[in-house]
Design a protein around this ligand. Structure first.
Ligand SMILES: O=P(O)(O)OC[C@@H](O)[C@@H](O)c1c[nH]c2ccccc12
Length: 408
């Protein structure tokens, strides 16, 4: 399992009963709104991931890469295409099972609708219970899944990779946070360039991302976080690029909802220095694989957790150096800064210190007392948006947040 991230091939298994293969193909054709060929229907041995090696978007990115490479040389024929689609369906199925076994409630994409012959009350029931997102995070993730697959079609991985050489060099995000802590004896600030959010609406009407970024830098921010999600947060990759190209020296976190390793390459190509990975969305294998991809391309992964279970999962993974504790529950929007304290207490806190992991307190921080509270709890950095972005002068907003000028 550990080595899965680096493998180029996926283990082959056979579907024992031919009928289940046919069922899957039919099911898939409904889901994909296409008809699988007889070839795919009659095959009882196709290449899929075995359930002992749950495949993730991470692996899909690898597949995309090799698919992209081979597509140029030889066009994929119909039966191969069908096999691929069957495989994708299998992959999705295992992904949700694996995620659920790790306590992840967020489903990566809507479950397939009811079989076509189901009518009347069944359709009604299934639509409400299955195919509607259960909360805002799930809604964002389902949308992101579609958005990313469209973006991938326009910019396949192999072409994206070529851009990495010409991307502005990655800077040391974690190093900047540590240096700020040493310099000020206060948590290093990741100041967020955030126009709006689903829970708070528009935070700032006159939103000039570069001006805000420069004001944050002037105010003593160690790093910046730039929302790139357009639909729910009114952010963009254009903002990220503009800030980077304007010469802002603070390392930049790409604040995204990552569901596919492709997004990591994309963020780097746009000049990001770090990227968020959300444990409530990504199973362990994705986190492991994606952290490796991040390191390969020079991005610092910031892994976000919001409860004990997610923290324990991340503490069991080797090589994680930066963990954010979100005080906002992304499923309910409830904000409670005592969450940071709760997750750093007792043995957990001990383990975090032993592993020398830097903890970021995220969300709902407004006053010097809030900062002191999370610092006391053990954080060495904070991620702050609303309270500083709303100030007419965000530079002063930072001084207000810390109760003193931290720029010197
Ligand atoms: O505006 P606030 O409450 O200071 O929060 C900032 C940041 O923590 C929040 O925007 C955030 C934390 N994790 C996220 C994941 C996705 C989108 C946004 C977030």
């Amino acid at each position: 399992m550990e080595g899965l991230a680096s493998l180029g091939t996926i283990p082959k298994v056979s579907f024992p009963p031919i009928s289940s293969s046919i069922r899957r193909s039919k099911f898939l054709s409904r889901r994909l709104n296409c008809r699988p060929s007889m070839d795919a229907l009659s095959r009882n041995s196709i290449s899929v991931a075995s359930s002992s090696s749950p495949i993730s978007p991470a692996i899909r990115a690898q597949q995309t890469e090799s698919e992209a490479g081979s597509a140029a040389a030889s066009p994929v024929n119909e039966s191969e295409e069908n096999d691929l689609k069957v495989k994708e369906w299998e992959v999705g199925m295992f992904q949700d099972e694996v995620a659920a076994s790790q306590g992840i409630r967020i489903r990566r994409r809507p479950p397939t609708g009811p079989p076509l012959h189901y009518v009347g009350p069944f359709q009604f029931r299934l639509q409400n219970e299955g195919n509607t997102p259960r909360n805002i995070l799930e809604e964002i993730i389902w949308y992101k899944d579609k958005e990313v697959s469209q973006m991938k079609e326009r910019r396949p991985l192999f072409s994206l990779k070529k851009d990495l050489d010409s991307a502005p060099p990655a800077r040391d995000f974690l190093g900047a946070l540590k240096a700020a802590y040493l310099r000020t004896n206060l948590p290093g600030l990741i100041a967020e360039v955030k126009k709006a959010s689903p829970s708070r609406g528009v935070l700032r009407e006159d939103f000039d991302p570069v001006e805000i970024a420069q004001a944050y830098e002037k105010g003593g921010a160690a790093c910046l976080s730039v929302l790139t999600d357009e639909k729910f947060f009114q952010g963009s990759f254009e903002n990220l690029q503009k800030i980077r190209n304007a010469g802002v020296e603070c390392p930049l976190l790409c604040k995204e909802f990552v569901v596919d390793a492709w997004q990591i390459y994309y963020a780097r190509s746009k000049g990001a220095d770090a990227i968020l990975l959300i444990a409530a969305v990504l199973p362990d294998l994705d986190i492991k694989y994606m952290t490796k991809i991040c390191k390969m391309v020079g991005l610092t992964p910031l892994v976000e957790v919001h409860d004990e279970k997610e923290m324990d999962r991340m503490l069991a993974i080797e090589g994680i150096e930066l963990i954010g504790i979100n005080n906002r529950n992304l499923e309910t929007f409830k904000v409670d800064i005592s969450n940071t304290k709760k997750l750093l207490e007792g043995e957990r806190g001990q383990k975090i210190r032993e592993k020398n992991i830097t903890i970021v307190g995220e969300s709902g921080l407004f006053t010097p007392d809030d900062i002191a509270y999370v610092q006391e709890a053990g954080v060495k950095a904070v991620l702050v948006g609303e309270s500083i972005v709303k100030q007419s002068d965000p530079t002063k907003g930072i001084a207000g947040l810390f109760g003193k000028d931290i720029s010197a």
